[in-house]
Every structure is written in C-alpha cells, then in structure tokens.
Design a protein around this ligand. Structure first.
Ligand code: FAD
Length: 314
C-alpha cells in the first residue's frame, strides 16, 4: 500500500495518535542481514506504518537493498519503502532496481540524488538531481509508486541559500513527489518555522520529520556535525555532564527527544515520526514508550514474543 494512503487512513480521525515508521540500513555481512530481519520482524510488532531500507550506490550493497526489499515485502510481509539514489548509477541499474521493487509488490520509493563521489569527481550517473529521478519514475511507472523525497530544515551542505533549497524541494513536488522525509535535526523551533516556510512556498506534501534517537554522546555530536545540523545549548547542558555514562545519556537523550517529538506533534505540522533506528532497537523503543505510542496490547504481545517483561526489554 502507498505511504500516503496509509497516512490518510491512520489519521482520518483527527484525534488519532501519531503514527511512526523505522529506517534501517543494509548490513555489511550476511549474518548481519539475518540479524536485521529478526529485528525488523520484532520491531514490526510495535506497529510502525512502514519501514525504510537505505540505498548504497555501487557494489554488492546496492543489489542487497533490492534483495532485502523483496524479503521484507514478500516473506516478512512488512510495508516497505525502498531508498534509491541516482549519483553514479547507470540508467540500467536504476531501472533494474525499480523493476525488482515493482515485482516485489513494493509501492514506495524514496527518490534521492545521493552524495557526490568522495574523490570530488563528477557523477557518472544519467541524472543530476533527485527531481530527474522522480521524472523518470513517473514516466516509466506512472502512479504505481508513491514517491518520497528528502527535505533539509537547516539547508543542504552544498547550497548556502536556504530559499533556493526550498525552491528545489518545490521542484521535486512539481515532478510528482508525494511526501517529504527530513534530515535529522535537534532545533525544533527551526523545524516548525521551516514547515511554515514550506507551506508559504507552495509545498503541500505531508512532511515527515526524521528523528534520530540519542544513545551515545560522541555519536550524537559526530552525527550532528556530519549532517551539518545545529545542536541547541540545552542538549549540551543536559548531556555533557553525563557523557561518560552511556546508559544515563540514553535515558536523558530519550527525555530530550521525547520533548522534541511532543513539541512537533503539538505544533500540528506533523502527525507521523520517522525514526532513524541505526539498526538498533533499544533507543527507538524507549522513545516510543516515553511518547506513549505503544499500546498496552502491543506491550503484552511483545512480552509474549520475547518472554520477558516490557520494561526489561527497554
Ligand atoms: P537533490 O534534491 O537533488 O539536491 C542535491 C543538491 O543539489 C542540493 O544541494 C540541492 O540544493 C541542489 N539542487 C537540487 N535541485 C537543483 C537545481 N534544479 N539546480 C541547482 N541545484 C539543485 N543517501 C544515500 O546514499 N542513501 C540513502 O539511502 C539516503 N537516504 C536518505 C534519506 C533521507 C531522509 C535524507 C534526508 C537523506 C538521505 N541520503 C541518502 C542522503 C542524500 O542522498 C544526500 O543528502 C544528497 O546529498 C542529496 O540528496 P537529495 O535527494 O536531497 O538531492
């Protein structure tokens, strides 16, 4: 089923609780892949609306995404969104990936450009921007796929002019995109302001915030720097004094992110949260629990499945 239809169904009642989804990346080993299938299956009991599997251009990992999408869609029966990048991707590989997704019954693609080659060389792909990939998918598959795109509430590192970044997002909508998933962020006020600016710029697509749980202080700072996003002073004030104790960082990080998510939901700009799980279970599950997004029935089912009390599984 298409993500936009799932969102509409989940939120047809105004008072409906927030929905959520999980993103996973392709592991490097076959044992890692098997472990991840087990984890995806377990986490699906928490009732996400869908899961995403990321794309790595080139080598075994790109075909692995297609294989994993096939397994999650047809064997595990999980509603799956396949990421697809076009940097350094010949048209034939893009079409193969789309055809495999189509045959697997996958109806959701996150259409991305991908990061440029690290050595600074020009991409050898047929498409320059994500919008070109969207146009191609629409031309070839009509409305079969629901197409998501990336959004950048704090701008994209390659484009200093935020107004231009917003107009490029509008171009992706005009080419046929159906929803936006954002880059991770910690500055919630800026995010809410950006949502308003999107609407002002004529972007009407559902906006899904990308939520990165905090499980380790150094990893938290590294990811913020890597993705060029601001870290509010309140995060530093609350996490720095306990930075050596991962378990306390996870607890406090969970509180901080729960506050951020609640502010988002209260703003009414979003009703769905997309969790970057980093293929881990604990931090995301703790955050869902803090937000009261796991029903008592789901907790009971989870306890039966894992043979241990819910709190102990956190
Ligand atoms: P685009 O929208 O094409 O933008 C790329 C750059 O070009 C930007 O600087 C933009 O401002 C500029 N631009 C766009 N249109 C124009 C135009 N018409 N004229 C001039 N400049 C223009 N990467 C992966 O490799 N695999 C993944 O699975 C993956 N998943 C992601 C999921 C999410 C939710 C997000 C936010 C990012 C993800 N990425 C992934 C990273 C992404 O590929 C990079 O951020 C990449 O640098 C940009 O991709 P894009 O689709 O936003 O590109």
């Amino acid at each position: 089923m298409k993500i936009t239809d799932k969102l509409a169904q989940a939120h047809k009642d105004d008072k409906a609780a927030a929905s959520f989804s999980f993103e996973f990346f392709t592991p490097k080993t076959s044992q890692g892949v098997q472990n991840l299938y087990d984890r995806m299956d377990r986490m699906y009991h928490l009732n996400p609306l869908f899961i995403d599997i990321t794309w790595n251009a080139g080598g075994r990992l790109s075909t692995l995404t297609s294989e994993m999408v096939h397994t999650t869609s047809t064997v595990l029966g999980l509603e799956t969104c396949m990421h697809l990048t076009c940097t350094n991707m010949p048209l034939q590989l893009i079409d193969d990936a789309l055809q495999k997704a189509y045959l697997s019954g996958c109806q959701n693609i996150l259409a991305l450009r991908g990061d440029p080659p690290l050595d600074g060389s020009e991409s050898t792909g047929d498409f320059k921007y994500a919008k070109d990939l969207i146009r191609h998918i629409r031309a070839k598959f009509g409305n079969h796929f629901c197409i998501g795109v990336a959004g950048y509430p704090e701008g994209h590192p390659e484009e200093p002019d935020h107004a231009k970044t917003l107009s490029y997002l509008k171009q992706k909508q005009d080419e046929g995109a159906d929803f936006v998933v954002t880059q991770l962020f910690y500055d919630v006020d800026n995010f809410i302001d950006w949502c308003a600016r999107c609407r002002g710029a004529g972007i009407t697509l559902p906006i899904i915030p990308g939520i990165m749980p905090i499980s380790n202080y150094n990893a938290f700072l590294r990811r913020a720097k890597w993705n060029n996003v601001a870290v509010p002073q309140s995060f530093i004030d609350r996490l720095a004094p306990i930075k050596e104790d991962d378990s306390r960082v996870r607890e406090e990080g969970c509180l901080l992110m729960a506050e951020l998510c609640q502010t988002l939901l209260d703003s009414k700009h979003v009703n769905h949260l997309h969790f970057y799980t980093m293929n881990l279970e604990k931090s995301t599950t703790m955050l869902l629990d803090s937000l009261h997004l796991v029903s008592n029935q789901t907790k009971q089912d989870y306890e039966c499945e894992n043979s241990k009390p819910w709190r102990k599984s956190l």
